[in-house]
Ligand binder design. Structure first.
Ligand SMILES: NC(=O)c1ccc[n+]([C@@H]2O[C@H](COP(=O)([O-])OP(=O)(O)OC[C@H]3O[C@@H](n4cnc5c(N)ncnc54)[C@H](O)[C@@H]3O)[C@@H](O)[C@H]2O)c1
Length: 234
C-alpha cells in the first residue's frame, strides 16, 4: 500500500482478532506498530481505552502516531430486558467513550503535527437491528455519527473514517456463537462464510494509505453481502 512504510500505527485491542490481524498487516507494510489493549501483546501498552487518564498516559509514551485504528470493543449477548446496568455501562465505556477518548487524545496530537488518519471499527450492527445486542448496536451506530463529526471538525489535515465489518471469525465471535450458530449464520450470508480478520486488516491498510487520501467521513461496509438485501432477499 502506497505511503505506509515507516508510519507509526497504533491499534487499540491489538492483542486479539481483528486488531491482531491489523498489527500484523501494518508491520508487513513496514510500519512501526503499537498495541494499546487491556491485556496487550508483548511490547504493547496496557491501557483501558474507557479511562481517559490511561489513554493520555499511553499517548505521552507513544508520541504522535500517524495512524490510529480504534478497534477495541466488547459485547454481551443478552436480550434488552436482561442487560444489567453494569454490562450497559461497560459496553458504552469501551465501545463509545473509549473510541472518543482515543480519537480525542490522538487527534489533538495529529492536528498539532499537521496530519494523521483515524479509523474507527464499528459494525453492521450499526446499520441494521440485531436482537441480543441493544447496547452494542447503539454504541456502534454512535461511532458512525462520531466519525462523521470528527471528519468535519478535523479536515483537511486528519482523515477520519469508519469500517463496518459483518461477521468475522475472531475470539469475540467464538465466545458468543456455538459451531451450530456459526453454520446457521454462514448459510444466510451471500458469500457463505464469516470474514477472516486479515480481510478486515487489508481494508484498514487501504484506508490508512495515501491512495485513500480523498476519503474522510466515510463508512465502509465489509460484510459478504449480509446487509445488501432486505426482506425480499430472504
Ligand atoms: N468479530 C466480529 O464478528 C465483529 C463484527 C463487527 C465488528 N467487530 C468489532 O471489531 C472490533 C474487534 O473485535 P474482535 O472480534 O477482534 O474482538 P476480540 O474480542 O477478539 O478483541 C477485542 C480486543 O479489544 C481489547 N479490549 C476490550 N476492551 C478493552 C478496553 N476497555 N481497553 C482496551 N482494550 C480493550 C481486548 O483486549 C482485545 O484485544 C470490536 O470493536 C468489535 O466490536 C467485530
Amino acid at each position: 500500500m502506497k505511503g505506509l512504510a515507516g508510519k507509526w500505527v497504533v491499534v487499540t485491542g491489538g492483542s486479539s482478532g481483528i486488531g491482531a490481524a491489523a498489527l500484523a498487516r501494518f508491520a508487513d507494510e513496514g510500519c512501526t506498530v503499537t498495541d494499546l489493549s487491556r491485556h496487550p501483546s508483548p511490547g504493547g501498552i496496557a491501557c483501558d481505552v474507557g479511562d481517559l487518564t490511561q489513554v493520555a498516559a499511553a499517548f505521552r509514551e507513544i508520541g504522535v502516531p500517524d495512524v490510529v485504528i480504534n478497534n477495541a470493543g466488547v459485547s454481551f449477548r443478552h436480550l434488552a430486558l436482561e442487560i444489567t446496568s453494569v454490562e450497559w455501562q461497560q459496553v458504552l465505556q469501551t465501545n463509545l467513550t473509549g473510541v472518543f477518548n482515543v480519537a480525542q487524545v490522538a487527534g489533538r496530537r495529529m492536528l498539532e503535527a499537521g496530519g494523521g488518519v483515524i479509523i474507527n471499527v464499528a459494525s453492521t450492527n450499526a446499520l441494521v437491528g440485531h436482537p441480543h445486542y441493544a447496547g452494542y448496536n447503539a454504541t456502534k451506530a454512535a461511532v458512525l455519527a462520531l466519525t462523521r463529526t470528527l471528519a468535519l471538525e478535523w479536515a483537511p489535515s486528519v482523515r477520519v473514517n469508519a469500517v463496518c465489518p459483518g461477521y468475522v471469525m475472531t475470539p469475540m465471535q467464538e465466545a458468543e456463537y456455538s459451531p451450530e450458530m456459526i453454520a446457521a449464520v454462514n448459510a444466510m450470508i451471500p458469500l457463505g462464510r464469516h470474514a477472516r480478520p486479515d480481510e478486515l486488516a487489508a481494508l484498514l491498510a487501504f484506508l490508512a494509505c495515501d491512495e485513500a487520501a480523498y476519503m474522510t467521513g466515510s463508512t465502509i461496509v465489509m460484510d459478504g453481502g449480509e446487509t445488501a438485501g432486505g426482506l425480499a432477499s430472504r
